[in-house]
Ligand binder design. Structure first.
Ligand SMILES: Cc1cc2nc3c(=O)[nH]c(=O)nc-3n(C[C@H](O)[C@H](O)[C@H](O)COP(=O)(O)OP(=O)(O)OC[C@H]3O[C@@H](n4cnc5c(N)ncnc54)[C@H](O)[C@@H]3O)c2cc1C
Length: 488
């Protein structure tokens, strides 16, 4: 390889432009980046809810929050409201913050479980600042990053925003359609990409951001795909944007249906809507009718259908090709994890970047980390489906009775039997599993005896101190919609 690495990014959706902006800002002078995108093909056009890690990515890239939010019509997101998931008419909020205060011996839920048994505890969500703020429709930037939040954003505008950053930093953008990919006959590495107009682009490292097509990693390098559709039954989406009417909620809504679920993502000027469903249990026509019938506000375009297979590429990095975004695999957007996985992939790649040559140890490490991370998220998603009391449709009956990964079964058993949750290393959603398990109706049989070390009166004081502090904080916060208006 030459001293300045020639990085070729194939694809200019969210994944391609996030990678281009990150490489140019975080590896200045070390990479020569070319991005190929096809305006003829376009992008998937969805992917508008995020999780709090995106703010960290933006900080790394030196992105100003106000500029980013104005450019992408963004709003704040404090969590996801799950409606009709445990049972019809039931709802709970998975909020981004920590619930209560932990102790060295056990987490807050143990104290809460004892308080609940004694009849002195409020709802679990009342002990989480982000949950109470979300339900009150409030938002503010609190001192010391006191409120965990993410964003709802317009995906097409986000790609344009990042494109601007990358182009200002000097990347080469080519609008063209890839017609062939040539590999080296000796080592199988990708050598160059040919476009329909005959242009040929060579590189050292190729980033496959071609979406579900996975032109490089799969269609050329044939790494194989691990299909998880036996655990995650949904394999279709129908999406539609509509005019926004009503208040600007600081959370995503996820509304369960007889064969899937619907998302509602509030942006400043419009709503993102979509239905994720299982083609085994719902026809495309029924999905479209369900979606259009439940969207409030005028539709801005006809419903668009997207097919997918849940799962992952067996390798995210193979030879001199790294797949990011939909090309690397896909898990339904139930917990808005895809954009997060793109950013994680980029950061991992920068940390293991092949400055001189591609080392098998770095490739193995990258793939190993991706495997662990994806399995953890996969289990978290399956949890929402398998722990449910819904049995009103064949889809939900299937979800209740299907075999699940051993890793998830172990977590469920542990929570049920001990009230505890443990994660390997530094895992995503550390404070979320308790919220979702309780929200889905999984109530532990016992709590940690450490919670008994408090006198009942002391426990009552402790619980009311936590919830009281939260209530007082939320009372000082402005309405989310008004707060956004002051940011314009
Ligand atoms: C229904 C649905 C809902 C989702 N919701 C969320 C969400 O709420 N939150 C979240 O984090 N993620 C979500 N995602 C995932 C998110 O949309 C993607 O992770 C994100 O948009 C990145 O997509 P991408 O860039 O990999 O692919 P794409 O947007 O499909 O971009 C592919 C790029 O490759 C180019 N390309 C393809 N073929 C060629 C060719 N032959 N020649 C040249 N260029 C080519 C295209 O032109 C395009 O530029 C959702 C996904 C789906 C399907």
């Amino acid at each position: 390889m030459q001293s300045k690495q020639r990085v070729v990014i194939a694809g200019g959706g969210t994944a391609g432009w996030m990678a281009a902006a990150a490489f140019t800002r975080l590896l200045p002078g070390q990479v020569d980046v070319t991005l190929i995108e096809s305006s003829e093909i376009g992008t998937v056009g969805v992917g508008e809810a995020t999780i709090p890690t995106l703010a960290y990515f933006h900080k790394l890239l030196g992105i100003d929050e106000r500029q980013f939010m104005a450019a992408t019509q963004a709003t704040f997101k404090l969590g996801i409201q799950f409606e009709h998931w445990r049972e019809q008419q039931h709802q709970y909020l998975h909020a981004f913050g920590q619930t209560g205060q932990t102790s060295f011996a056990c987490d807050f839920q143990h104290f809460w479980l004892r308080g609940r048994q004694l009849g002195i505890a409020a709802e679990f969500g009342d002990y989480c600042l982000e949950s109470v703020a979300a339900r009150a429709g409030k938002f503010a930037h609190l001192p010391n990053n006191g409120l965990n939040y993410a964003y709802h954003l317009d995906a097409s505008r986000y790609a344009l925003f990042l494109r601007d950053i990358a182009e200002q930093a000097g990347i080469t953008r080519i609008d063209g359609t890839i017609s062939a990919i040539t590999t080296d006959a000796d080592n199988g590495f990708i050598d160059n990409i040919t476009l329909a107009d005959g242009q040929r682009i060579s590189g050292d490292l190729f980033i496959d951001c071609t979406g579900f097509r996975a032109l490089l990693i799969e269609q050329t390098l044939r790494v194989g795909f691990e299909d998880w559709s036996h655990w995650l039954l949904c394999d279709r989406a129908v999406a539609m944007q509509s005019e926004r009417i009503g208040e600007l909620a600081p959370f995503t809504r996820s509304i369960a249906h007889p064969a899937g679920w619907q998302w509602r993502i509030p942006l400043r000027e419009r709503m993102g809507n979509g239905l994720i469903y299982s083609s085994r249990y719902m026809s495309d026509d029924a999905a479209s009718t369900t979606l259009t019938g439940s969207v409030s506000g005028e539709a801005l375009h006809a419903p668009r259908f997207i097919r997918f297979t849940p799962g992952r590429r067996r390798k995210q990095w193979h030879k001199n090709c790294v797949a990011l975004g939909l090309a690397s695999g896909f898990l339904e957007p139930l917990e808005s994890t895809s954009i997060h996985l793109i950013q994680q992939g980029i950061i991992k790649l920068i940390r293991l970047f092949p400055h001189k040559q591609i080392l098998p140890s770095a490739v193995d490490e990258y793939n190993q980390q991706c495997t662990t991370e994806l399995a953890h998220i996969r289990d978290f998603l399956i949890l929402h489906y398998c722990v449910t009391q819904r049995n009103d449709s064949a889809f939900w009956r299937h979800c209740q009775s299907m075999p699940i990964p051993d890793s998830l079964q172990q977590k469920i058993d542990l929570f049920k039997q001990t009230g505890s949750v443990f994660h390997p290393g530094k895992a995503l959603f550390e404070d979320s599993w308790q919220q979702v398990m309780l929200g889905q109706g999984l109530m532990p049989e016992r709590y940690h005896p450490f919670a008994d070390t408090m006198e009942q009166a002391e426990l009552a004081d402790f619980l009311s101190h936590v919830s009281g502090t939260i209530q007082r904080t939320v009372a000082t916060m402005p309405d989310h919609q008004r707060y956004i208006a002051t940011m314009k």
